[in-house]
Design a binder for this molecule. Structure first.
Ligand code: B12
Length: 117
């Protein structure tokens, strides 16, 4: 399968309930969880693309280009703050290719499984 993995932009996400200093220092960190998912899929021989929205230059352009080539599946890491952004990206992906399979994992799903569904 051809699979696109996306770590959404935390820099552009709505601000949470933390102190301003903490929010200001959210930073850009490698998405460890999505990295594990990548390794597991890679070991099964899948063809993968990974976009970290905050760390990849021209991330949106790259994502759109990959989506136009119709990958079979799109996988997202979602925190609660990035969940709406993920839903919007999935909507765009489904518009481009209605048969694309969307999978969401990460902190939002672990913390709020029922609400996420
Ligand atoms: C280490 C850590 C950090 C580190 C490193 C973060 C990083 N990006 O690597 C530091 C200290 C920098 C950090 C910062 C922040 N963190 Co933090 N962090 C953690 C912590 C303790 C562990 C995360 C981790 O590495 N887990 C190990 C990996 C392997 O697990 P994982 O990411 O969950 O991935 C697994 C599954 O979820 C799943 N999975 C993941 N993605 C996908 C995708 C698909 C498609 C599928 C199927 C499965 C899947 O598979 C993975 C392997 O099992 C968690 C608490 C926790 N116990 O999870 C909080 C946590 C994730 N952080 C949280 C928050 C809020 C933040 C900050 C936004 C805080 C802030 N305001 O600054 C920042 C964001 C920084 C950033 N840019 O990511 C919250 C998220 C809450 C939520 N509801 O979304 C958590 C849950 C803590 C909490 N309880 O509040 N954090």
């Amino acid at each position: 399968m051809r699979i696109l993995l996306i770590n959404p932009s935390l820099q552009q996400a709505e601000v949470g309930h933390y102190d301003k200093v903490v929010e200001k220092n959210r930073g850009v960190y490698p998405p460890l969880g999505l990295g594990y998912v990548y390794s597991a899929l890679e070991s099964q021989g899948h063809h993968l693309y990974l976009i970290d929205m905050d760390a990849t230059p021209d991330a949106v352009v790259k994502a759109v280009t990959i989506l136009k080539s119709k990958p079979d599946m799109i996988c997202f890491y979602a925190m609660t703050w990035t969940f709406r952004q993920v839903c919007k990206m999935l909507e765009v992906a489904k518009r481009e290719n209605p048969s694309i399979i969307g999978v969401i994992g990460g902190a939002q799903v672990n913390a709020f499984p029922k609400e996420t569904l």
